[in-house]
Ligand binder design. Structure first.
Ligand code: ADP
Length: 592
């Protein structure tokens, strides 16, 4: 018979559900038990029965012995009859022999054949009976030709041996008994097995029922479903296990809810951050990029899983990841930007979190500030060194003639004026930039303000024979503006127009109403501004011709102040010009 290897057997068992596996296991156990009982009985019972049979034979031989003693002493011919009689009563074969083993009575042989039976003196049981109380042997009888068990006792009268009484039983009887008992045991085993099957099935279901429920619950939990409850049945141990599982499920569900909430919070914090956040795994691959970083570097989800080198192509960033800390890094793509990048290692070497703080604007402002300081210093130094030079000349050399001294002092005065203009303009700019200049809005009629201004400047216009035209329609709507600031805008523009326009030129101040604003224009027919300078003339200290501007008392800040003031009113400012054909400066103001 082919034996099934244990591994294969357990694989086969695994195909069945848990209750069936338990049931089959219990059936197997019962089968083994019954088989063990059967085997033990079959192995021990024949010996036991033979033992009992030997006792039985011995007792019958011993019982028969006194009956034959007197008959043997006298060699009574009734010995054979008595042997037959005893055999009939006990069902045993009875043989009686004299002291030489000559058979005198034999129940298994007809009396006529008695003399033909050979002497039994050499039979093993007879020889044993001489030494021991009882002699036994097992052999095929020569007389009756079948396997027999013999028991013989010696018959004695005092010390004198009179003969032997021997009883025998056919071995077939013993075998029949053994076979019968065996059949009974097998039948009983089969019956027990059959009766036990339903009981075993019920036991298997009762034991595995709660386990199956727990298994279903565990499977549901792995799928994220925590609504299942484990059955709390099946005895104290299983009940405790069920309760523990239910508690674990509740706690896990709670913990997961907390985790999900934390994750959502973290996600919304990351999304809401203006700083770019990047998480890089220990394998140097991108694991998380927040919205700001996606926008800053125009990244999509495809970047996730790629290496830092593939996505950023920035050696210094890679160095920073290798040695976390804070560094200012400039990236050229998608546009040139500077970031303060802070890299910190995650706990347990899980990777690195990198925060990108965009400082491009800060850097630009810092550069602007540096440039501004340098420009201011330069602008201040020029008139100051001229004043210093003239003063030193006046002090050091012999007193000049009054006309020269007068000329020197005028130059000093002019440059002192230049310094004053510069400082005033700087103060205006500083006030505007620090938002200290709170605008005092009023409703203004532009025509009235413009005519006052033209009146104020008429002296300067006359000096240069410049005609100033005022073209403001009488029905122009009022504007909403700070009178003093607006005056400053007009004065700066008109001052420039008068400054740069040659003698005999024309300056026109006009205005017109648009949808919800008024557009003002200061135009002249002066030298005009070349196209390459136009975009920059509103920058601080930007001049088309530095020397000429200074000569005319300019600071390079006038248009910059105009731009600030107009923007503070919520308006726009721009210039149009063509070299040789004059310039037009426009600005808008909101209608009141
Ligand atoms: P500045 O004090 O030098 O006049 P502004 O900021 O007022 O400084 O003007 C900047 C530059 O724009 C001037 O230096 C000049 O070159 C040019 N500019 C301004 N207004 C006119 C104009 N009406 N005609 C020609 N050029 C002008």
């Amino acid at each position: 018979m082919n034996m099934v290897p244990p591994l294969q057997c357990s694989r086969m068992m695994a195909q069945f559900s848990l209750p069936w596996r338990w049931f089959l296991g219990l059936v197997l156990l019962l089968a083994i038990l019954l088989a063990a009982v059967n085997l033990t009985l079959r192995l021990t019972l024949p010996d036991y029965l033979r033992q009992r049979m030997d006792d039985h034979l011995r007792r019958h031989a011993q019982l028969a012995e006194p009956s034959f003693r007197s008959l043997l002493a006298t060699a009574d011919p009734r010995i054979n009859d008595l042997a037959h009689d005893l055999a009939a009563r006990t069902g045993l074969r009875v043989t009686v022999m004299d002291a030489h083993g000559i058979v005198l009575g034999e129940s298994g042989t007809p009396p006529a054949l008695l003399p033909q039976i050979e002497s039994h003196w050499t039979r093993p049981e007879i020889q044993q009976a001489l030494q021991a109380p009882t002699g036994y042997d097992l052999r095929v009888s020569a007389t009756v030709n079948q396997p027999l068990r013999y028991a013989a006792v010696a018959v004695r009268e005092g010390d004198q041996l009179l003969g032997f009484v021997r009883v025998a039983v056919s071995l077939r009887e013993i075998d029949d008994t053994v076979a019968h008992v065996g059949r009974t045991i097998s039948g009983a085993s089969a019956l027990v097995g059959l009766l036990a099957l339903p009981v075993l099935y019920i036991v298997a279901r009762r034991v595995t029922g709660p386990l199956a429920g727990m298994q279903q619950m565990a499977v549901a939990m792995t799928a994220g479903d925590f609504s299942h409850r484990a059955p709390v049945i099946g005895g104290p141990e299983l009940e405790r296990l069920g309760e523990a599982l239910n508690m674990m499920s509740t706690q896990l569900a709670g913990r997961l809810r907390e985790l999900a909430a934390e994750k959502t919070e973290l996600a919304s914090v990351l999304t809401g951050m203006t700083e770019g956040v990047l998480v890089v795994g220990s394998d140097n691959r991108l694991r998380l990029i927040n919205r700001a970083l996606r926008e800053q570097f125009q990244l999509s989800d495809e970047a996730l899983g790629k290496t830092v080198r593939e996505v950023f192509r920035h050696v210094a960033l890679e160095e920073l990841l290798a040695q976390p800390g804070m560094r200012e890094l400039t990236f050229l793509t998608p546009s040139e930007r500077t970031f303060a990048v802070n890299a910190a290692q995650l706990p347990d070497g899980a990777g690195t979190v990198v925060v990108f703080h965009d400082i491009t604007r800060l850097k630009q402002l810092e550069n602007l500030r540096k440039e501004f300081v340098a420009n201011v210093s330069h602008e201040l130094r020029t008139p100051l060194s001229i004043i210093k030079g003239y003063v030193e000349t006046l002090l050091d050399s012999a007193p000049p003639d009054p006309a020269t001294a007068q000329q020197f002092l005028r130059t000093i005065q002019k440059h002192a004026q230049q310094l004053e203009n510069l400082i005033e303009d700087l103060l205006s700019i500083s006030a505007l930039e620090s938002q200290r200049a709170k605008l005092d809005y009023t409703r203004l009629a532009l025509a009235e303000l413009a005519s006052t201004l033209v009146e104020e400047l008429s002296g300067r216009a006359r000096e240069k024979s410049i005609t100033v035209h005022l073209a403001i329609p009488p029905d122009l709507p009022d504007v909403r503006a700070d009178r003093e600031r607006l005056r400053q805008v007009f004065i700066n523009l008109l001052d420039n127009a008068l400054k740069y326009t040659q003698r005999g030129g024309t300056v026109t101040l006009s205005a017109r109403a648009l949808d919800d604003e008024v557009e003002c224009c200061v135009a002249d027919n002066g030298p005009g501004i070349a196209a390459e300078h136009l975009p920059r003339i509103f920058e601080r200290f930007y001049r088309v011709d530095k020397a000429r501007s200074r000569e005319l008392g300019g600071t390079g800040l006038g248009l910059s102040i105009v731009k600030h003031l107009v923007q503070a009113h919520g308006g726009r400012v721009w210039a149009e010009s063509e070299v040789g054909h004059g310039s037009r400066f426009f600005f808008t103001l909101p209608i009141a």
